[in-house]
Structures are given as structure tokens and as C-alpha cells.
Design a binder for this molecule. Structure first.
Ligand code: AHR
Length: 318
């Protein structure tokens, strides 16, 4: 009996040793809760792939949710990550406002929050550690600059604008940047502007509506490539040549845009890099290791006019 009790005790002791040996591995395997916007565009799909692949490569356990472009779903996901006590929460905010309450909850639970892709408006910047993503205002300015540098036909230039999701950082800031860019040139005017919610279907639908009521459109500025691609279908259905009868300027630089440029249907795309996964995983590890972070880790991006498309296409990763 004594012997068997001893062996039980040593078995327990051995178990404890194994358990404690295993502890550092499980303790160092971080869990990241990521609340994604949705799957609204080619860009977003590439962004999701980048995050999933990078988490795997970095040995980080990823809990992933798709909010279907609804803020309430993202808030629900963040709350569930808090309840699950993840190590870090990251999210790409659908819209800029309305985050303070849930982020206060994360702060109270001592879970650091990282923003990716889109920024937020808050009176308390301590609610998030850092934001990894593009300068959307600069993207709008680059789009305007390309237009001013390249549109040489004399006369008024009526521009229709397909905006991104209402209240989202890229929609607000790309619009602002583009308007700043054309400000000094009175012949360039935005004559119509409406949201296409960053999707092909809505981009097509809104462009169809523009074309029904307006025959005097020289330029389309689309806040993303998917809406531009939808609009191209509408322009063709109206018997016009996209890229010639209507000059098309858009943002993202996804493969679909390169295909449209190679077909001569889209004039230029300003790059917005969705491959934020590797940077995010590095920041997750650094934050947990207590390393200070800059408030904004900016993504470096280019501009791709139609003439460069065929050469660049084989190098595109998304
Ligand atoms: O926030 C980035 C934007 O969101 C991309 O430009 C757009 O395609 C996406 O849906």
C-alpha cells in the first residue's frame, strides 16, 4: 500500500515536472484575437490571408472573426476576446467613431489593443497601443496629383466619385486628400459623389445611376479598385469605353486592377498595401515583451499607371 502510494506520489511529481517543463512553451504561445471588417473587396481578402499566414508563421494562436462590415459585430467579437482573456486584441475598425466603451473594457482587462489598416477617433489615445496601416489622405492626394499631371484635354473636368463605406477612415481621408489635391485647379470639379461601400456590386449600381442622369462625366475617382471594376461594367453597358471616354483613377493596386489596366479600361491605381500580417505579428510580440511602439506604423506604397501594368503584374502578390 505504502509502495503504491509512493508510486502515485512520484507519478504526480513526474507529472508536475512534465507540466512545469511544458509551461514555458504554452506560456510563450501568444493568443491574438483579430476582428476583421469583412470580405468586401479583393484587398480585404488579401489582408485576411496575410494575417492568417503571418500568425501561423509566427507561432501565434489566432482567433479570427469577420464582422460583415458591421460595427456591432466587431464590438461583439472584441468583447468575446476580452472574455476569453486573449493576450492581444487587434482589429481593423469598420468606422472611425464609437469605440471608446469597448476599448475601455479591454484596457480594464489589461489587454493591449492594436489597430490595423484603419484608424479611429478617440479622446483617449491610450486606448490603443499603435496603428499599423496606410496614410489614406496621402493616397487621395496621389490620385489627384496623377490626374492633374496627366489630364491634358482642355475644358471643364467633371469628376464623379465613388466613396468607400460611410464613416470609415479610408472614405473620409481619401476624399479629403483628393479634394485638397484638385483644390488649386478650378476646372477639376467633383460633380457627383456617393458611397459604393467598397464593393463591386454597389460600385456598378451607383455608376449606372450616375450615367442615367449625367452624360457629361470625364473622370471617375473610385476609393477602391473593386468599385472601379464594378463601374467599368456599368460604363461598358452604357456603350462607352472605360479608360478612354471616362478616365478612371482608383486605389488599392490589387490584381483585378492590373488586369483592367492591361485591358486599357482603368488608367491608374494608387497602392494600398494589405499585407500587414508580418508587421502585426512582430508588434504583438514586442508589445507583450514591453517594447515601446510608435503611435503609427505607416505602410510604404507606390502609384501604378496603366503603362506600367504589364511589367508590374507578374510581381504583384495580391
Ligand atoms: O481600409 C482599406 C480599404 O478597405 C481598401 O481600400 C478597400 O478595398 C477595403 O475594403
Amino acid at each position: 500500500m505504502l509502495r503504491s502510494r509512493r508510486s502515485v506520489l512520484s507519478a504526480i511529481a513526474a507529472g508536475l515536472v512534465v507540466g512545469s517543463l511544458a509551461l514555458p512553451t504554452s506560456a510563450s504561445a501568444l493568443t491574438l484575437g483579430f476582428a476583421q471588417v469583412g470580405a468586401e473587396s479583393e484587398w480585404r481578402t488579401a489582408n485576411t490571408v496575410s494575417i492568417k499566414e503571418a500568425a501561423k508563421a509566427a507561432g501565434i494562436t489566432l482567433k479570427f472573426s469577420d464582422a460583415q462590415q458591421k460595427q456591432e459585430n466587431q464590438i461583439k467579437a472584441i468583447r468575446s476576446y476580452i472574455a476569453q482573456k486573449v493576450d492581444v486584441i487587434a482589429f481593423a475598425p469598420v468606422v472611425t467613431t464609437g469605440w471608446d466603451t469597448v476599448l475601455m473594457e479591454a484596457k480594464k482587462a489589461k489587454i493591449p489593443v492594436i489597430l490595423t489598416d484603419r484608424s479611429i477617433e478617440t479622446k483617449d489615445p491610450s486606448l490603443y497601443v499603435t496603428m499599423i496601416g496606410s496614410d489614406f489622405t496621402e493616397e487621395g492626394q496621389k490620385a489627384a496629383k496623377w490626374l492633374l499631371d496627366n489630364y491634358k484635354t482642355p475644358g471643364d473636368v467633371n469628376i464623379v466619385e465613388l466613396q468607400g463605406t460611410v464613416g470609415s477612415a479610408p472614405a473620409i481621408e481619401r476624399k479629403k486628400g483628393f479634394e485638397e489635391g484638385i483644390k488649386g485647379e478650378p476646372r477639376f470639379k467633383i460633380t457627383r459623389s456617393q458611397t459604393g461601400d467598397f464593393t463591386r456590386a454597389k460600385g456598378k449600381e451607383v455608376m449606372e445611376a450616375f450615367l442615367k442622369t449625367d452624360k457629361n462625366i470625364q473622370v471617375l475617382f473610385a476609393h477602391n479598385d473593386d468599385m472601379a471594376i464594378g463601374a467599368i461594367q456599368a460604363i461598358e453597358a452604357a456603350g462607352m469605353k472605360p479608360g478612354k471616354d471616362i478616365i478612371i483613377v482608383s486605389i488599392d493596386a490589387v490584381k483585378g486592377a492590373f488586369e483592367a489596366m492591361m485591358a486599357g479600361k482603368l488608367n491608374v491605381t494608387v497602392e494600398c498595401n494589405p499585407q500587414l500580417g508580418p508587421q502585426l505579428m512582430t508588434v504583438v510580440k514586442e508589445v507583450k515583451a514591453g517594447k515601446e511602439q510608435p503611435k503609427w506604423v505607416k505602410t510604404v506604397e507606390g502609384v501604378f499607371p496603366m503603362e506600367t501594368a504589364a511589367k508590374e503584374f507578374p510581381n504583384r502578390k495580391y
